[in-house]
Design a protein around this ligand. Structure first.
Ligand SMILES: Cc1ncc(C[n+]2csc(CCOP(=O)(O)OP(=O)(O)O)c2C)c(N)n1
Ligand SMILES: [Mg+2]
Length: 803
């Protein structure tokens, strides 16, 4: 059941009545899902429920204004909208609640996200783009409040790019930039910084974004008076209203229970936004929460009697019903009959969803029971195994965990036996895990042909008399090649446009490629990333520039929660191949030379993290990434832009492979592993060590995520039998990650003759000045001495104590 989306043609009163009734039935269907959904949680069939009750009618009005090609970026209240655009059935609603891992049954996330987190499929099963202009699109929701806002900006900006930039193949993505990006947010979540940052940025950019604020006066139990100045978000945002002199927003206010006014408001909003690319805010007031916030508690705890009575009366479905009767569209009896039918349909849909969820597990359950039975009958420990089997059998609605828990425990009883039944059970468990685990763990990265690690290396090549240039020139020439090769590529960030970035890696490129493709942004790191995520989701190839690595902290939440999880949370049905460009390490002072790499790599699994030691390597990474369909962070060395590098003659074409380390110095005595700016110090230390007879091998990691896919580091350790990891992050940061990879993934333990060591910075932030750096981060002397000490331990006679 979905709403009639054709609002453009003249219709008769009979048609009008039918449409209104259809809308009402949809609202009731959605409500019934919420009511039954809550019951499913309370009776234990589902774990948690957060529903769209009390927000039905505005979402139907919104759906009528939503056209093919448009995008939604919203939150957990939007089930009615998803039903109204035909992207969520009753069965799918319940499949989400039960966490059905079959994408056919649960297309939003294959059970990875709790119910109420909606998505449509932008990609087919092979990871290829579908035609997004022929379908209604919803970017995949995330749970952090206001986390949907940064991405919304980019979804809207994409329309502007498609309308105004020439030369892009828009076939699958845009019809002259006529698409609106529609956002939704709860009233309380507008207190988040991400909301304000996005609102300001969209006003500056003038993009077709329509943000609806579902205002029910509460954020869980916290009343609007603790959330919003003047308790009214549209009141305090009045200054954003555009006027004859200044660009800005169109702001509407409407009551969420007023069906005809909602219809009118959404049509007007769509018209102005779609045609003129004006951002619009719709403050939908007087909404309610008939069942409270979620299944975690009841709202009677924090709403007084008057409020509860008001909510019962102004429940949008109740008001629509009243309006229908008052306007003689249908009688009370007709509506009651329709409601009865709907209750039945929802009950049946729920049942079907439960069967679809549980039946495959029952089949697996029977297999497990049989195998346990066989094992019990052949083992001297049969009693214990039979008990496990009997306990399992008493579970009416078993989960996969129950099956595995019982079967894996059973193996412990037969550990020293050998029987066919045991082998069968062992094989079954192994196969079962192999079969089931991907349902939960696949698609952290792209599983398409375009996965970044499938890209093959192309080495930079040089003329005999290749020029030595500043590193930043290699980058600039390469970006120039990128923008001419890929019309859909664009870059934006603070100072990235007019001056061509703070280090001139984009010098002259705005003039050449225009202000939309090489652009300055406000100081707003989180929405710079969001802008990139949204545009990447719509087929563009954005490069979002974060001016310094230290300031990525502002963007890290959205990288971690949104960008890193796009493929995973949609099981490969959406992607955002955003490249994040930044520069860092070893400049000056606490906030210009940080190296929070341990934090980053642990927070952004799902994003590649690349740490090139020079600009040729960096350029090669950009070239690789543009051929792939995955997001990545590239950290350029801040102190490398003025260092000389030879200019390759295959600029734009050479590709640095991901997950491949490089041995930059060969040696016999110890393997030194490092990356980025620190490598230059390591190289210097290695030279000095050679003078005292220590021959170090240096390996540049280059790519922290993915890490040394060929396991080359362990090959080096097999030769040197010693390992030192040198890093300018704090101890326990990236160096600990590298050590874990080498010990646990590469099994270097057996080759080590001495304790593997890490040398990292002091635990405080790096102090300012040359001495500040010297006393905060590993210096050449620190590196020298640390390695010398390892050799001293090995042979005190050859390497007597230094001090
Ligand atoms: C960043 C973050 N903080 C806290 C939460 C927990 N939380 C979930 S919903 C919610 C209230 C949101 O209220 P509102 O935005 O008004 O939306 P409503 O549920 O009322 O529709 C909170 C605090 C969260 N999901 N994310
Ligand atoms: Mg609220």
């Amino acid at each position: 059941m979905k709403t009639n989306l054709n609002t453009k043609t003249e219709i008769t009163f009979e048609d009008f009545k039918a449409e209104v009734l259809n809308d009402y039935k949809l609202a009731v269907t959605s409500r019934e899902c919420s009511l039954l959904g809550r019951r499913e949680v309370l009776t234990g069939k589902a774990k948690f429920g957060i529903f769209g009750d009390g927000k039905e009618i505005p979402q139907i009005a919104w759906a009528k204004a939503f056209e093919n090609g448009d995008f939604r970026s919203g939150y957990y209240r939007d089930q009615t909208f998803m039903m109204a655009i035909g992207e969520l059935t009753i069965e799918q609603f319940f499949a989400g609640l039960y966490a059905n891992t079959d994408l056919k049954e649960e297309p939003m996330s294959a059970g990875r996200q709790m119910g109420g987190h909606f998505a449509t499929h932008s990609l087919d099963a092979n990871g290829n783009w579908k035609n997004l202009t022929e379908q209604k699109n919803s970017s995949a929701d995330i749970s952090p409040t206001a986390g949907q806002m940064p991405r919304l900006l980019g979804l809207a900006q994409a329309s502007k790019i498609y309308r105004q930039v020439e030369g892009i193949d828009t076939t699958k993505f845009s019809n002259s930039g006529n698409e609106i990006a529609w956002g939704t947010i709860g009233n309380a979540s507008t207190s988040e910084g991400l909301f304000f940052e996005t609102i300001n940025a969209a006003g500056v950019l003038q993009v077709p974004m329509v943000i609806s604020i579902w205002d029910d006066n509460y954020g869980i139990s916290v009343h609007a008076r603790h959330q919003t100045t003047k308790e009214n978000i549209s009141e305090i945002l009045k200054g954003f209203q555009r006027n004859e002199d200044d660009k800005g927003y169109e702001i509407f206010r409407v009551d969420g229970w007023n069906y005809p006014e909602l219809m009118d408001t959404y049509q007007r909003a769509a018209k102005v936004s779609r045609r003129e690319h004006i951002p619009v805010m719709i403050h939908v007031q007087e909404l309610t929460q008939p069942q409270g916030h979620s299944t975690s508690g009841s709202h009677e705890r924090y709403k007084n009697k008057e409020r509860l009575a008001w909510e019962a009366e102004y429940d949008c479905n109740v008001q629509m019903r009243k309006w229908i009767i008052e306007n003689n569209i249908a009688s009370d009896e007709e509506l009651t009959a329709a409601e009865r039918e709907i209750k039945k349909a929802v009950r049946e849909g729920k049942k079907a969803a439960w069967s679809a969820f549980i039946n495959p597990i029952y089949a697996e359950f029977k297999e497990a029971i049989n195998l346990l039975d066989q094992l019990a009958s052949t083992s001297p420990n049969g009693v214990f195994i039979r008990k496990l089997k009997n306990d399992l059998e008493t579970i009416d609605e078993p989960l996969r965990r129950d099956l595995l828990s019982a079967t894996r425990k059973a193996l412990r009883y037969v550990v020293s036996e050998s029987s066919v039944a045991k082998t069968n059970l062992q094989n079954w468990i192994t196969n079962y895990i192999d079969l089931i685990q991907p349902k939960y763990s696949s698609h952290l990265h792209s599983e398409s042909q375009l996965n970044a690690i499938k890209q093959t290396e192309i080495k930079p090549t040089y003329d005999a008399n290749s020029e030595e240039v500043d590193g930043r020139v290699v980058l600039r020439e390469n970006f120039d090649a990128i923008f001419s090769k890929y019309p859909e590529a664009l870059i934006f960030g603070e100072d990235a446009g007019y001056i061509g970035d703070v280090n001139q890696g984009l010098e002259g490129l705005q003039e050449k490629y225009g202000e939309l493709r090489v652009s300055d942004t406000g100081i707003r790191e989180a929405t710079i990333i969001g802008q990139g995520i949204g545009m990447a989701m719509r087929g563009l190839r954005p490069i979002a520039e974060i001016q310094y690595l230290d300031y990525i902290m502002y963007a890290l939440q959205i990288m971690s929660d949104d960008l890193a999880t796009v493929q995973y949370r949609t099981k490969g049905r959406q992607k955002a191949p955003l490249i994040v460009r930044t520069r860092g390490h070893r400049l000056e002072g606490i906030w210009h030379s940080g190296s929070q790499m341990g934090g980053i790599i642990n927070l952004v699994r799902g994003i590649h993290v690349l740490v090139p030691r020079n600009m040729t390597k960096a350029a090669g990474f950009y070239n690789t990434l543009l051929e792939s369909d995955e997001p990545a962070l590239v950290v350029e060395c801040l102190n490398g832009y003025r260092l000389k590098e030879k200019l390759p003659n295959n600029i734009g074409d050479f590709k640095t492979p991901l997950g491949v380390v490089e041995t930059i110095r060969e040696g016999e005595d110890i393997t030194l592993v490092s990356y980025g700016s620190t490598l230059r110090l390591v190289e210097q230390a290695a030279k000095e060590l050679q003078e005292v007879g220590i021959d170090a091998e240096i390996i540049d990691v280059q790519s922290l995520l993915p890490f040394d896919l060929n396991h080359d580091i362990v090959k080096s350790i097999a030769k040197t039998n010693r390992l030192m990891i040198i890093d300018e992050d704090v101890k326990g940061g990236a160096s600990a990650y590298i050590l874990d990879q080498i010990l646990n993934e590469q099994n270097a333990f057996e080759y080590l003759d001495s304790q593997p060591k890490t040398l990292a910075s002091k635990p405080h932030r790096p102090a300012y000045g040359t001495d500040g750096d010297y006393f905060s981060k590993p210096s050449v002397e620190d590196i020298f001495e640390a390695i010398y000490d390892v050799m001293h331990e090995l042979s005190p006679d050859n390497y007597p104590k230094l001090r």
